[in-house]
Design a protein around this ligand. Sequence first.
Ligand code: UDP
Length: 240
Amino acid sequence: MNQNPIYKRVVLELSGEMMRGDPSYKDHLISFDFLRDLAIELAEIQNCGIELGVVVGGGNIWRGASVEEIEQTTSHQIGMLATVINAMALQAALNKQGINSYIASNIEIKPIAELCSHHQVIKRLKQKEIVIFAGGTGQPFFTTDTGAALWALKIQADVILKATKVDGVYSSDPLIDKNAKKYSQISYNEAIQKELRVMDLTAFSLCKEYQLPIIVFKLTPPGNIKRIVFGEDIGTIIST
Ligand code: UDP
């Protein structure tokens, strides 16, 4: 591991599914064991002087597009509220560890979270607060991926760290195809040509356009975020 971090300001993207923690606890919407371990890990990274933003999804609670019984706009709005619930749970876990954090929401939801500018977010990061981004983009029909890409660009983050349950991007589904090959590095164009679904296309196009690197990695075992930030080659990096 390098002595100095290679990324100073990072956006960690956590899908709602990650909030369930151990896959054997499928009935749990949110695992507080998972949140406690994550909070400890985030504190360690912050103590290394890394500025940390965390974008949380809401898919453990609600996925707008998969609910057919109600009209889509409302369904997506419910999904965005689900991200706020996850953000609050993460903030509570951080509080428990004595870590200062701030929820920046893209939907108006006072007094829980505030709409705020990128200037305010950067100020909070510099004050050693972990900023939790809730509400996705604030617009229906988008996803947390796009929320992560927009925030990362707005605050000039060095990288998006997309936490998943697999250890990187593969040529095909490694659970189905034994010959699936893991990429340690791949370009935006190759990922598009090979139709590798790294993130949704709107988000991916933004990252490509503005050359924002994405690292897809497995969140467990604990310590992987720090390893990446200090330059260890785990996961898959998608860049130019
Ligand atoms: N959502 C939305 N706009 C956004 C972000 C999220 O409408 O900018 C809604 C969308 O319906 C989505 C749900 O919120 O299904 C949960 O977010 P997402 O699916 O991105 O969460 P994840 O799958 O990452 O947990």
